[in-house]
Design a protein around this ligand. Structure first.
Ligand code: URA
Length: 248
């Protein structure tokens, strides 16, 4: 397949470095370097290869990764998964200019403000839809800490695929509960309905006091990724989301 190309000024503007005019000024100032040579023409077409960050520098720093870009984020408590909602946004954890990227970065599904753990952020719309589509049945695993002891009935109720959440008419898909103690359990679900885990426990008379997602499909939250930290995904990471027995 032929490698797509893009004008230098458009490439940098889409990566959030500035308007095309500002990028033109950066080029004129000799700030853009490719393979060791200063680029002089903002209209020059460049091949969009994945090795661009190794070959191209902006003001002495490697250029940001071009699309498609997907990040693994360890979401901390107290941040919202939205560009617009009030409160501290998950996007504030990323470099500021990434908020001006085109295509824009979005979270793959959302975690509540008081949920922590594994969150994916991407500019790849096809990937996003593949992960969140209920038909794809990608499993999401949550560590749930409960206010009251489990009764012992919950695993069967969740597994039956007959539970209808308050205000809804369609039963939830079967979900798997694995108790760890009287008040803690893993819950694995394949959908992503609004506040789903909290509402599932509310439906059985309990209350979630802490919620942490540690796995999406076969992709685990890396043990060495601290709260509030993020990293780029590898192709292996992306493949593991849809891998084998982790996707139903
Ligand atoms: N279910 C919830 O209730 N909250 C989340 O953040 C994720 C799943």
């Amino acid at each position: 397949m032929k490698t797509p190309t893009m004008r230098l000024d458009r490439l940098l503007a889409n990566l959030g470095y500035g308007s095309r005019r500002e990028v033109g000024q950066m080029v004129a100032a000799g700030l853009i370097v490719l393979d060791g040579a200063r680029l002089r023409d903002p209209g020059e077409r460049l091949p969009l290869t994945t090795d661009l960050p190794e070959r191209m520098h902006v003001g002495g720093a490697p250029i940001d990764p071009p699309p498609p870009l997907t990040l693994i984020v360890h979401k901390p408590l107290g941040v919202v998964c939205s560009h617009r909602e009030p409160g501290r946004s998950i996007y504030e954890l990323l470099p500021q200019r990434w908020r001006r990227r085109e295509p824009t970065l979005s979270t793959i599904g959302r975690l509540d403000v008081d949920t922590t753990g594994l969150l994916l952020i991407t500019d790849d719309g096809a990937l996003l839809h593949r992960v969140i589509s209920p038909r794809a049945k990608v499993r999401k695993r949550y560590l749930t800490t409960l206010d009251r002891p489990l009764s012992g009935q919950e695993a069967a109720i969740f597994a039956a695929g007959e539970l209808v959440l308050e205000g809804e008419t369609e039963a939830l898909a079967p979900a798997m509960l694995e108790p760890l103690s009287s008040t803690t359990a893993w819950l694995t679900i394949t959908e992503g309905r609004y506040h789903q885990v909290r509402r599932m426990f509310a439906a059985v008379g309990n209350h979630v006091v802490a919620l942490h997602r540690d796995r999406i499909g076969g992709l685990d939250l890396p043990a060495d990724l601290g709260s509030g930290e993020w990293r780029l995904t590898t192709s292996e990471n992306l493949a593991s989301i849809f891998a084998g027995d982790h996707a139903a």
